[in-house]
Design a protein around this ligand. Structure first.
Ligand SMILES: [Zn+2]
Ligand SMILES: [Zn+2]
Length: 436
């Protein structure tokens, strides 16, 4: 059983690294689980070089380190704002891990399904005479796996057959070990057979399972510690008394007294809110505003947000409804109902947790670059822009065939997404610049 699991783990990791290193869902998944467990991480170097475990792991690890940087810097800010360092750390004990790790290792989740299926299948098949004979002749399953079967399926009709086979195996292994011990006496040393000499290795696997399959017992089980630490729910929960609601104008007022405001949106903001933000942008106040957007295809709208002078970030896995977070502490959800009175923002209960959870839903930033076209590669739909700061940037339209590529030597301004972990800018639009 252990060998199956090791083999299956390899297959899973092999496939994942070969096919889906740059897949966003996989990377999101690994962000949530904070990478692989120790067992699976250490299987990576053994993968064939065609899977490029070096590149793949570099990409995943850089995501995780980015996540850690967000966490530690947001906590550092918290220390400055609240309490003393000591009381702050005492309060946030354990929560750091639960904040970076919301799920178990994806390879483990895959392999554990496989394990359940095969343990059950073993019990089914062992009722077959031929299979039972073959099982008895094999080295069987390890004891930790046997205990798992006992725990889950001891009521199964075939369990006594497995128990009997397992007892016989244990007895025979014990006999071999005892022979080996007996022959330690110098008079019998020459009589030790190769089976007896190897028996302690067989016993290691029989008693403890293959390396890594069963965890050590130092109490480091990261999944369990995270669970008891309380995984902060991803769901947006709201305080929904009509009394607590606030209006868009009140939000703008609150923003004036804040240092930082972040909007997470999957749809355009209401016109009056955008108007209020425009006014805010024209005033000289000390406030940094970020927009994290997902599935917003309207380039003109994105350009408008960008031109307000606020940061525009590329988000993935955002809540369905627009959320505004102020200073990482207070938050509001924008109501869908256009007809509801002036109070359209509902305060969020878990604003602080949501703030941290959403921090790592950012996968890139909008950039506006200008320069001249240095090189065009029609086949791949790529072009290279030499910017004024003598930076050379390769760019590409998301759908290569729908847009005409600019000509070499022309001066353009490009607006697009600089996605983290890919060096090519994903273009939203290109505008020609006229030079005097
Ligand atoms: Zn096993
Ligand atoms: Zn794992």
């Amino acid at each position: 059983m252990c060998s199956f699991l090791v083999k299956d783990s390899h297959g899973f990791l092999d496939h994942l690294l070969y096919e889906s290193v740059l897949d966003v869902p996989i990377r999101m998944e690994l962000m949530q689980s904070f990478g692989f467990c120790s067992w699976h991480t250490w299987q990576l170097p053994a993968l064939p070089s065609i899977c490029s475990p070096d590149t793949g792991y570099s990409i995943f690890a850089s995501d995780l380190l980015r996540k850690f940087a967000y966490l530690s810097s947001s906590v550092e800010e918290g220390i400055g704002k609240k309490r003393t360092l000591k009381s702050f750390l005492a309060k946030s004990r354990r929560r750091w891990l639960s904040r970076v790790k919301q799920k178990a290792c994806p390879a483990c989740r895959h392999v554990s399904q496989f394990e359940t299926y095969h343990l059950k299948e073993l019990l089914e098949f062992i009722g077959d005479e031929e299979f039972l004979e073959a099982y008895k002749a094999s080295s069987g399953i390890c004891l930790p796996h046997f205990f798992l079967v006992q725990e889950r399926y001891s009521g199964h009709g075939n369990f006594p057959l497995l128990l009997e086979a397992q007892r016989a195996m244990a007895q025979s292994l014990r006999n071999t070990l005892e022979e080996f011990i007996r022959k330690q006496d110098y008079r019998f040393r020459d009589e030790i057979t190769s089976t007896e000499a190897r028996a302690w290795r067989v016993a290691m696997e029989f008693v403890a399972g293959k390396p890594g399959v069963f965890t050590n017992e130092m109490g480091h089980d990261r999944v369990r510690t995270t669970r008891t630490g309380g995984i902060s729910a991803d769901r947006v929960s709201v305080q929904s008394t009509a009394f607590d609601r606030c209006s868009l104008a009140q939000l703008i007022e609150q923003m004036k007294g804040s240092k930082e405001a972040t909007f997470y949106l999957k749809q355009a903001l209401p016109q009056d809110l955008l108007g209020g933000l425009r006014d805010l942008a024209s005033q000289k106040i000390h406030l940094s505003v970020e927009f994290v957007v997902e599935e917003l295809g309207n380039v003109e709208y994105l350009r408008t947000l960008y031109s307000l002078g606020f940061s525009l970030l590329y988000g993935i896995g955002l809540p369905a409804q627009t959320v505004v977070l102020l200073d990482g502490k207070r938050g509001y959800m924008l109501d869908d109902h256009q007809r509801s009175s002036g109070r359209r923002l509902r305060p969020l209960k878990n604003a602080e947790d949501l703030y941290l959870n959403l921090l790592w839903r950012r996968f890139g930033i909008a950039v506006l670059l200008s320069g001249s076209i240095k090189e065009v590669d029609i086949k791949s739909g790529l072009f290279c822009l030499a910017t004024e700061g003598s930076r050379e940037q390769w760019c590409r339209f998301k759908k290569a065939d729908t847009n005409e590529l600019p000509q070499v030597g022309s001066n353009v301004e490009v607006f697009g997404w600089e996605r983290w972990n890919t060096r090519v800018v994903e273009l939203l639009d290109v505008y020609p610049i006229r030079r005097e």
